[in-house]
Design a protein around this ligand. Structure first.
Ligand code: CIR
Length: 256
């Protein structure tokens, strides 16, 4: 059965985002433009029927608009992560109170385990979890134990080159998987209908399925065409300011 999202939680970018963590060489984000792009992202979520909760910006944490890394919202429980980048770890404070408004069951990843939500890809009741520089073995083990408590399952994906698992993979439901870079060769993804993303459009491998519509970052015509050919309605969303901090469409929200 295909899932349907009812809610999204986003966090406004803070002016400090100009000092966010990045390996990209695209310059500093323009804060005003980032706010406009964030507004349009929220509107796109609302146009797909989601009720969007907008959390205030947290000026202490430049990367805190990338709220996906801070929690994973499953149908049965919310899991507060323990983000692997020390500069981002404090972002989890306050999340419990927010999630309590939506969930009875709240779990937590605890040190020495680390896990970023961007490393978690949900495929029905199964979750693929990337072992990245941010997510360690102990974090994945804890995460899988939590999933099993609620009759869900998880598996580890060893990875090398990307920031997060979903930097190179997006599940579009109906067995359709966008796949880029090293993941194209991974046997665990062979069973999917794989839509291979060209190297020059690699950033758009992080697209976002929302209730039958797919958000694609603006400026990736090859990927857009491939997704439309599968019959999805596509909404192009401009994320250029977030890309400067290695952030993409999925990073900007929690959806459940
Ligand atoms: C970071 O390095 O943590 C942020 N600058 C970007 C986080 C992107 N999040 C994601 O892919 N889920």
């Amino acid at each position: 059965m295909t899932r349907q999202f009812k809610n999204a939680i986003v966090k406004r970018p803070s002016p400090e985002m100009v000092d966010g963590i990045t390996k990209a060489s695209l310059g500093k984000p323009d804060y005003q433009n980032a706010l406009t792009q964030h507004d349009l992202y929220i509107q796109a979520l609302e146009s797909c029927g989601l009720k969007v909760r907008v959390l205030e910006a947290d000026n202490r944490f430049p990367d805190s608009t990338f709220i996906e890394d801070i929690s994973v919202c499953t149908p049965h429980c919310a899991i507060i992560t323990n983000p692997g980048a020390p500069a981002r770890n404090g972002e989890i404070k306050g999340m419990k109170d927010v999630l309590k408004e939506y969930y009875k069951n709240i779990e937590e990843i605890k040190a020495p385990g680390t896990l970023d939500g961007g490393d978690v890809m949900m495929v029905g009741d199964h979750y693929y979890i990337g072992l990245s520089d941010r997510t360690n073995n102990e974090g994945v083990d804890q995460f899988i134990n939590i999933l099993e408590k609620y009759n869900m399952t998880g598996s580890k994906v060893k990875m090398k080159n990307m920031l997060h698992l979903k930097t190179g993979l997006s599940y579009l439901e109906n067995n359709n998987l966008l796949i880029a870079g090293e993941f194209k060769k991974y046997p665990e993804f062979e069973k999917f209908n794989r839509i291979e993303i060209d190297h020059k459009e690699a950033y758009s491998a992080n697209s976002l399925w929302i209730n039958g519509t797919v958000f694609v970052p603006k400026g990736y015509p090859g990927t857009k065409k491939k997704i439309e050919a599968l019959g999805y309605k596509v909404i192009e969303v401009d994320t250029s300011e977030f890309r400067k901090l290695d952030g993409g469409l999925s990073c900007l929200s929690l959806r459940f």
